[in-house]
Write a protein that binds this ligand. Sequence first.
Ligand SMILES: [Zn+2]
Length: 326
Amino acid sequence: MGHISTTIQRNKPILLKGIPRLIARLHPEHPKLPVLQKQLYRIGAGYSGECNVDSYIERTQFPQTVKIFTDVHLCISPKCTFQIDTLVIAERYVLIVEVKNLKNTVRFVPNPPHLEQVLETGDEVVLDCPVYQIEANRLNLDEWFRQRGIHLNTLGLLVLANPNTKVVDAPDNFPIIYKKQIPFYLQKLKPAEKILTPHQIRDITKQIYAEQQQFNPFPLCSFYHINPDDLRKGLLCRNCHGRLQRKNRETWHCPRCIKDAEDPYNDAIQDWFILVKNSMTNSDCRIFLSLKDGNAARYVISRSSLVKKGKSTATFYISGDKIIRL
Ligand SMILES: [Zn+2]
């Protein structure tokens, strides 16, 4: 029997695009800024850890039909949806892979389950227990399969993306490995019984894709409870986020970067949809972009990809851009 390798597709988290826009539009002394910067760092580290681990899963030679899903959102009741970063479905097992990109030393503490991270500085940080998180997701996923007439026991695996993470008091009934151990671990993982046929795997794949509920945190001002009035208005430089100065009708210039700006109107319109509201009126555009009057706003809108809705004074525009419409 031939071996099967696989390519993994993982989309960049939408907040990695959105949070930098929010940070760029907030005043440097805004109280929410430290939290946003921390969150941006955490999401970025998580994403790069996952991508890195993907490349190790891709190196694995699977002896059987296998499907790998990333960032899976599933629903077992209207009030219970759950999210899995990496899900491996094979003929002999269904495996939830949770990736943690952690620095320094982490200690597993039971009752209540949590993780204590001891930083180089000696400071301690309390984190969610990833094993507990996987166990909860295993139950959810088993239930999701049960609702589809399939009875199985999902497996879990915790992968440390950072080879220098030191683990203390790890639970001994749960597999925790470093990323370089993935190919060996997965090649060895071969329960005696087959639990899914290739046909069932194809069927489940379709259902998982059909159920993807896109996570949409936009507009971010509502998501993070920030007053849109706190945002800096006007056209901003892509590079330094400073206010652009007008050279002529078409051209804007950043005095700090000593560079002309490309398409600053559309950048600012995108910011509006990402941060403030999912529709825009002529007056929203005039105020948010700090344009001189309604005619200037009309001109900017007419050259954008915005789609017109409503009539006369009730006219508003929605984004034709897939990234921010979602
Ligand atoms: Zn600049």
